[in-house]
Design a protein. Structure first.
Lengths: 569, 96
């Protein structure tokens, strides 16, 4: 993520940088703030300037062995310690350990009378003493513009500030100067004129009653840096900046497969399910079972021992667990063994960027392999379509880099002919599953389509999607002469098919018997004829033998006669 | 009434012997001799020698004259060249 400090040492011509330790910022600034130089942090009241600078100091002191001095012009040291205690920073302890020194500079206008010439050597001496006493490498001046309220001689102040920044550079301390945002300029007193190395602008915007914190690097002399507006978050762990554009399309891909938890759906997806680390969109009209598909997917993933986070934007975890039980999906057991985590929040709780940050932070902490966002449609209530799309793009990129499979559910409107989801994310995702109501014969049934599935042969057929007590099932729809039949029409048709088959079977066996009978009749006829023929033959033979017999007897008789006649002579 | 017993405790913060601090001290001494004779104590603190003392009295500008007693605490910054302002600041002369 961040550059190693040694890298800047290797290349003497590059600007040495001081790591802030603020998540995301070191990435945008490619290594931190310019080391040994002043950086101006400006922003309106409540934009996070003090937290930013305190975090810079505390990280320096605790992680990078760079003690720091905090010169507070506005708050007392004790107040400051209490204020940042909520971020988990123990300033009192750090002060005792000599890692941080807080100097409260207080100017009471009413106590001060100005007569004649003066300079701010006293401030220099105090600062110098503080720096030297702990060997500080980092300094924060918060907010130096308070001087302008306490002292009237502007000319002296300006020249002294210029001298102060030069002096800090000579001291080789990395300095943060905070300044309140002015009307036309970055700071009220035009401090940006004096601090020319690095200027960071913090902003706190409220749109549609939802606030978003924004950070922008206005300038950074001698270094490449991200120029966008980066949303950032202040929570119990301090500041996290979310880089938007550092994401590139070069994430590794996997050919490993992941079951959807619905055997029929896996079959539609080339028989094996989704690719690992792919993004899946399940869209459909209200009540088509999007959450059930998500629940089934989560259940399957957990059963295979994968860590899973379920981000719910519509229902509470208890509600989801209860509802899933009704279709025989037991998410409670996964919650109990720690594989599943729920994160439920109303979309309106945060701005979009906060949602994204929260998701990313949770993902980095829990290290899941599968996450579900249910549904993303509600996010549109807190951002415009393009914002939601940008958020999802970044989220998908982030997740794919981490090899996490993500399933979104989205509500599609029925009248929308193109089936495009409101969020316009269907082009971003790898797999798009559409569940649609099919209304006919006075009932609604669910038809499931795989609209797209990158990199695999997938079914182009519509399947009927049935939610049963035992779970989710995909049934092949009945394609009859009347078209696609679903629900009870399908069942009826199936029954009819069965009936006619039985009838056909019956008819078939009757015909067989008929043939058998005919064969038998024929055979008996044949045997009768054969017998007739035999008797006829016998008859014929008989007469023939008789004739022969007669003939020989006649011959004999004649011979006898002849002989007798001869004898007579 | 009790003015007699009151002693002006004055501290002048300087940083080395610059012309400005020398001028400030000279001006201060002149006013004190003139208006607060035998009723004042001047302590000169050189912050180059004792930098740790700057924090206690919230010193930013140099030179700074701090009047601790009598109350209220007052700080007069600069080379004290404007006599009028110094006298008002030291509560020697009421503000007009």
């Amino acid at each position: 993520m961040s550059l190693e400090p040694s890298e800047s040492n290797k290349m003497p011509h590059t600007l040495p940088k001081s790591i802030t330790g603020i998540r995301g910022l070191d990435e945008i600034t490619t290594g931190g703030l310019p080391a040994g130089r002043p950086t101006l942090i400006c922003g309106s009241a409540g934009s996070g300037k003090t937290v930013f600078s305190i975090e810079f100091l505390v990280h320096g002191a605790t992680q990078y062995n760079e003690p720091g001095v905090f010169v507070a012009f506005e708050e007392k040291a004790e107040e400051l310690a209490v204020n940042v205690a909520s971020l988990g920073f123990d300033l009192n302890q750090l002060q005792q350990d000599g890692q941080i020194r807080i100097d409260h500079v207080h100017i009471e206008r009413s106590e001060i009378e100005e007569t004649g010439e003066y300079n701010l050597e006293g401030l220099f001496i105090r600062l110098g003493y503080a720096i030297d006493s702990i060997g500080a490498k980092r300094v924060v001046l918060d907010t130096i513009e308070s001087l302008f309220a306490g002292l009237t001689n502007q000319a002296v102040l300006r020249s002294e500030l210029r001298r102060l920044f030069e002096w800090l550079k000579e001291k080789k301390v990395t300095t943060i100067i905070t300044g309140e945002k002015g009307e036309a300029s970055l700071t009220r007193q035009g401090l940006e004129e004096y601090v020319s190395d690095c200027v960071i602008l913090l902003d706190h915007r409220v749109e549609n009653k939802i606030s978003t914190r924004i950070l922008r690097i206005v300038k950074y002399r001698g270094s490449v840096h991200g120029t966008n507006e980066y949303p950032f978050l202040i929570d119990e762990e301090g500041i996290s900046v979310l880089p938007v554009t550092s994401l590139r399309l070069n994430h590794p891909v996997s050919s490993q497969r992941l079951s959807s938890g619905i055997p029929g759906l896996d079959k539609m997806l080339a028989g094996e399910g989704f690719y690992k680390a792919s993004s899946i969109l399940v869209s459909g009209t209200a009540g088509t079972g999007k959450t059930s598909i998500a629940g089934s997917f989560v259940d399957k993933a957990c059963k295979e021992g994968m860590r899973t986070i379920y981000f719910a934007f519509e229902e509470s975890p208890y509600q989801i667990v209860r509802n899933m039980l009704s279709i025989n999906i037991d998410l409670r057991s996964h919650l109990d063994n720690g594989l599943l985590q729920f994160s439920a929040s109303r979309p309106t709780l945060n701005g979009l960027e906060m949602h994204l940050l929260n998701i990313m932070k949770l993902v980095e902490k829990f290290k899941p392999q599968v996450i579900v966002l249910d549904p993303i449609s509600n996010l549109i209530t807190v951002g415009s379509t393009s914002e939601v799309k940008s958020l999802l793009t970044r989220l998908i990129d982030f997740l794919q880099n981490q090899q996490i499979t993500v399933m979104f559910t989205a509500l599609a409107l029925n009248d929308n002919k193109t089936e495009q989801t409101d969020e316009g994310v269907s082009s971003l995702v790898d797999v798009w599953i559409l569940v649609r109501d099919i209304e006919s014969n006075g009932e609604r049934n669910r038809g499931l389509y795989v609209m797209k599935s990158r990199g695999m042969k997938h079914s182009n057929q519509v399947r009927e999607f049935v939610i049963t007590d035992e779970g989710l099932k995909l049934v092949e729809v009945f394609l009859g002469p009347e078209g696609v039949l679903t629900g009870s029409a399908r069942v009826t048709q199936e029954l009819m098919e069965k009936t006619s088959e039985a009838i056909r079977d019956h008819a078939l066996s009757r015909k067989d018997r008929e043939i058998e009978r005919k064969r038998m009749a024929l055979e008996s006829k044949i045997s009768t004829l054969k017998e007739e023929f035999e008797s006829l033959q016998e008859e014929l033979n008989k007469s023939y033998i008789e004739d022969e017999l007669k003939k020989s007897i006649l011959e004999d008789n004649r011979k006898e006669l002849t002989r007798k006649r001869d004898n007579l002579h | 009434m009790e003015v007699k017993e009151e002693v002006w405790e004055l501290r002048l913060y300087v940083a080395g012997k610059t012309t400005r601090s020398v001028a400030a001290l000279a001006n201060l001494k002149k006013y004190c001799e003139e208006y607060l004779k035998d009723k004042y104590v001047i302590e000169v603190i050189d912050l180059l020698v004792h930098p740790q003392l700057a924090e206690g009295d919230q010193i930013l500008a140099i030179p700074t004259l701090v009047k601790k007693v009598p109350e209220p605490i007052r700080k007069i910054i600069g080379d004290l060249s404007n006599e009028e302002k110094v006298l008002v600041g030291l509560n020697i002369r009421p503000a007009k």
